[in-house]
Design a binder for this molecule. Structure first.
Ligand SMILES: C[S@@+](CC[C@H](N)C(=O)[O-])C[C@H]1O[C@@H](n2cnc3c(N)ncnc32)[C@H](O)[C@@H]1O
Length: 549
């Protein structure tokens, strides 16, 4: 019988419609620095995150320790600062394209955490299983984001979000333990005045059943006890006797209870393994987050921020000081602010004007030590550090009046050279002393990029200068060789050689564009086939275009 190799996967309309965005140069527009603490690798990138992530691939593949993203949940709302109303399959495509790159950027021992709610969480889980591998699923955290019910809701008032966590490679991953809290310690008591100090009782029964570990225990009061149905004791009979002799078994004050194990505070490990239900009292809630962002922009309060304590918990578990954290849906900049105060390096991407109205003011207060809110006091943050504000360069190619692709006029020779290096896999590293060395791929192989026609004489001279034992890749707009071949030169034309590498000239891959395209399509469908949906079957749900920003 033929083996059925079809794998389990989520499919949707347009799943195979891959975008192939152009990696752009990131142009440094501003450096914000506070004091002497040196220039760290912190970056705030303004623009669409598909282009932004693509541009980060060159330098950051395999370098990010922790990705936290809080994408639009697709809750069919149109928030003041961004739109959250995407047709389901467009949303899945939007997420897939970005998650594939985020996966590449992660370190082997890194992890990704994704905030989401029940509208899309189950679809997102299946999608992430496909991209990250089911075995790399760490868990699903439930975050209690609200405390009081919304009584206007007719059915249930949702008060939690999910955070899906995946490892790049589960075998390489190790999380930090949470610090022990006074509350956790207060559960330890010493009712029998044990000289080893305070202790807490732990379950002696455990599943699944191991036959040898099922045996009767006689309590000091003379009662015979067996483990509950479906369970066995945690200890073998011999081990149990040793524990009992060492006064490590507790039968209750009257010696009549089901036995439990005494766990001494002095013997438990330093930290606590985090559980998956995160209560608002420990990690904050949406109200707390709103109060925090008010401090940076009181006139235009960011609508859906996350509390600093929530991000602090994630970064505490998944990173150490100096690690690189990435958030490609930055919103009001919570991730960067928290990472900065915790001594982690960070990269954020945001495409809406909140980048300027919320993130920059917030991060500037953080580096200047003027931000007293959020986790500041808890981590004893006093200010310091810096970050760069970057924008994406325009597309390297543009269409001329005849509809032909040509090099964008906005590119000067240095930008052209750096962009071509990026597209051809060379490391951009121009040398001042040798005009043709713009970058290299190995110790002996170099690249030279020039937007002009090279003559035979010029090529001859280059070949002589490169000499034996070295090779040079030349990108130019045209060349004349009259049949001569140079052993040490490879000559390619731009833009011809790079034309098929990616999609040129497209600046926005965001939900806004997807929405307006979908709206166009919907309108066309309406005009061309007015009766096509009369059967009630719609291959794509009609979308609301109202309120597109
Ligand atoms: C839910 S908010 C993030 C809030 C953030 N966690 C905070 O605490 O402030 C989602 C953000 O993603 C941004 N966003 C959505 N699509 C994007 C895209 N394609 N490129 C860059 N940013 C995008 C939106 O503008 C919005 O600010």
């Amino acid at each position: 019988m033929k083996e059925n190799k079809q794998k389990l996967e989520l499919t949707w309309h347009g799943k195979k419609d891959w975008e192939n965005p152009e990696p752009r140069l990131l142009i440094e527009k501003e450096i914000y620095e506070s004091d002497s603490k040196g220039l760290e690798d912190n970056l705030l990138i303004y623009g669409d995150n598909l282009l932004g992530l693509k541009s980060l691939e060159r330098d950051y593949t395999g370098k990010i320790k922790c990705v936290y993203i809080d994408p639009p949940y697709n809750t069919k709302s149109c928030f003041k600062h961004y739109n959250d109303n995407m047709e389901h399959s467009l949303w899945l495509n939007m997420m897939k394209e970005r998650l594939v790159i985020l996966h590449r950027l992660l370190r082997e021992d890194g992890s990704i955490w994704i905030s989401i709610d029940a509208y899309e969480s189950h679809y997102l889980k299946v999608l992430c299983d496909e991209i990250f591998g089911r075995k790399n699923f760490i868990d699903e955290v439930v975050w209690e984001r609200a405390y009081s019910p919304i009584n206007l809701k007719k059915t249930l008032s949702r008060c939690h979000d999910y955070i899906l966590a995946y490892a790049k490679k589960i075998d390489c991953l190790e999380f930090n333990k949470l610090p022990r809290t006074n509350e956790a310690n207060s559960r330890y008591k010493n009712p029998d005045d044990d000289p080893r100090g305070i202790w807490k009782s732990g379950d002696l029964s455990v599943g699944p059943i191991i036959k040898e570990k099922i045996y009767p225990i006689i309590t000091p009061s003379g009662k015979r006890v067996l483990p509950p149905k479906g369970y066995c004791w945690r200890l073998t009979k011999e081990r149990f006797e040793e524990y009992k002799k060492d006064n490590r078994i507790w039968f209750g004050k009257d010696g009549n209870n089901v036995p439990s194990i005494k766990r001494f505070l002095t013997e438990v490990s330093d930290g606590i393994t985090a559980m998956t239900f995160w209560k608002r009292e420990y990690v904050g809630d949406s109200q707390e987050a709103k109060r925090e962002v008010k401090k940076f922009n009181n006139k235009d309060i960011f609508v859906t921020p996350k509390p600093e304590r929530l991000i602090q918990r994630i970064l505490y578990l998944a990173t150490n000081p100096g690690d690189l954290v990435l958030d490609s849906f930055a919103g009001s900049g919570t991730t960067g602010a928290v990472a900065h105060k915790m001594g982690r390096r960070w990269i954020m991407i945001e495409m809406e004007k909140t980048g300027h109205t919320h993130i920059i003011p917030r991060l500037n207060m953080v580096i200047n030590g003027e931000d007293e809110g959020g986790i500041t006091k808890h981590v004893n943050w006093k200010g310091g550090g810096s970050y760069k504000y970057l924008e994406m360069a325009p597309s390297l190619l543009e269409k001329n009046r005849l509809g032909r692709w040509v090099i964008n006029k906005k590119y000067n020779s240095a930008m052209l050279s750096e962009a071509v290096c990026m597209h051809s896999g060379y490391k951009y590293s121009p040398r001042k002393d040798i005009y043709w060395m713009h970058g290299y791929s190995t110790e002996h192989d170099f690249i030279y990029v020039v937007a002009q026609t090279l003559t035979k004489a010029e090529l001859n001279r280059l070949s002589n200068e490169v000499g034996e034992g070295r090779t040079l890749m030349i990108y130019c707009s045209a060349f004349k060789v009259d049949g001569i071949e140079f052993d040490n030169l490879t000559i390619r034309k731009i833009p011809k050689t790079i034309l098929n590498k990616c999609t040129w000239g497209k600046d926005d891959y965001s939900l806004k564009v997807a929405l307006s395209k979908e709206a166009d399509r919907a309108n066309k469908r309406k005009q061309v086939k007015p009766s096509s949906y009369s059967s009630g079957y719609s291959p794509r749900a009609p979308i609301a275009v109202k309120g597109v920003m």
